[in-house]
Design a binder for this molecule. Structure first.
Ligand code: AMP
Length: 364
């Protein structure tokens, strides 16, 4: 069944509309750092206000664990939103109430009190069965906002008949977090390039020494099995930090006492070549400890290759989005997803709890 759109809602003129957005933005010194997620919700908010609706937005911010906490107050977000959409109200952080994450029905009822319609535009939170995502569609005529629809269209394009070769690049800290998406992607891609700390578990599984690098011993057998597909490409060299805190480039084998921190220059070249040849590219997760400039080269090389690629390029949010912004390349990809976890779960499952709830909505 199709997901209901804004146009499918009853006439919003004079109605109160609750919009669930994902304004989980970085805050520093009481100000919004990167407002990409706020701006991304504007097409939906503007459509609703232009059609005469009275809009109230709700969102979570950080992990306040079910109780009010000034550190996670939405005041800085409210100030920025006032500049961008002056007539819109913003509720306080949804996660100040334990009912949000517990998907509590009483909390849902309080949330929708006085509201006539509901719009989900929080792609980045739609992989969670939280009250504000799955609750309101049971009670109110509901629709997907423009951002949610755009994300589903672009990410859906990777699942349906992608141009080939299709190359995915995955990085980040843990294999155990990504095992589901690795398996799902292996069915769809032609090549899967692996970097970041999780590459060391793969390197160990293929018989290499990994020194003191991060490893998940309990995932080694799973990695061995995945490597049999021959679609996975792992680093051929690494940048490591040795016992004397010196940075060194080493091969596939990392010496005892050294810790792998980034992919090496030959790997950067190899990955860039694969990305250049691709007709479809998906990237999620840094290739190394990119927050430290000594170990940013691998992530930068992948970011540049993805930015220059002629194929259709999609980057899953989170760290890869920050890395692209850090290197000034965030406007050079076809789609920069606002959701890290949500984009991975959508690619893995082909659906999300928030989308299911909209399809089953009472009013659609
Ligand atoms: P994730 O949240 O799983 O996407 O992991 C992102 C984190 O992985 C970043 O903070 C990176 O600093 C970290 N990371 C990437 N490569 C390495 C590495 N070789 N050793 C330790 N941490 C790493």
């Amino acid at each position: 069944m199709e997901i209901p759109q804004l146009e499918d809602l009853p006439d919003p003129s004079g109605k109160k509309v609750l919009v669930r957005a994902d304004f989980n933005v970085p805050i520093s010194d009481g100000e919004v750092g990167d407002d990409m997620r706020i701006k991304a919700a504007l097409p939906t908010i503007e459509w609703l206000t232009e059609h005469g609706a009275e809009v109230t937005v709700c969102t979570h911010l950080g992990r306040p664990k079910g109780e009010p906490n000034d550190e996670y107050s939405l005041d800085p977000v409210r100030e920025r939103l006032k500049e961008l959409a002056p007539d819109v109200e913003l509720m306080e952080n949804l996660r100040f109430d334990p009912g949000e994450e517990d998907n509590d029905e009483d909390f849902v009822e309080r949330l929708i009190e006085g509201q006539d319609l509901y719009v989900n535009d929080a792609f980045g939170a739609s992989h969670r069965s939280h009250a504000s995502i799955v609750g309101p569609p049971k009670h109110l005529p509901s629709a997907a906002g423009r951002l949610l629809t755009k994300e589903v269209d672009k990410l859906g394009g990777l699942l349906e008949d992608p141009g080939r070769p299709f190359v995915a690049i995955l990085g980040g800290a843990k294999v155990s977090d990504k095992i589901g998406i690795i398996k799902a992607l292996l069915d769809k891609v032609d090549r899967l390039l692996i970097g970041g700390a999780m590459a060391f578990t793969f390197l160990k599984a293929s018989g290499h020494d990994i020194g003191d690098s991060l490893v998940e011993e309990d995932q080694i057998d799973a990695c061995k099995e995945l490597l049999e597909t021959e679609k996975i490409v792992i680093p051929v060299d690494n940048v490591a930090l040795n016992e004397d805190d010196e940075v060194e480039t080493v091969g596939e084998d990392i010496p005892d006492g050294s810790k792998g921190m980034d992919i090496g220059p030959d790997t950067c070249e190899k990955f860039a070549e694969e990305i250049k040849k691709a007709k479809t590219v998906f990237w999620n997760g840094p290739m190394g400890v990119f927050e430290d400039e000594r170990f940013e080269a691998g992530t930068k090389a992948v970011a540049e290759a993805v930015a220059e690629a002629e194929g259709f390029t999609v980057v899953g949010g989170g760290d890869s989005a920050s890395a692209l912004a850090q290197f000034g390349l965030d406007d050079q990809v076809d789609h920069l997803s606002t959701g890290g976890g949500a984009s991975l779960e959508f690619l893995e499952q082909g659906d999300l709890p928030g989308l299911e709830a909209l399809r089953e909505s009472a009013g659609s």
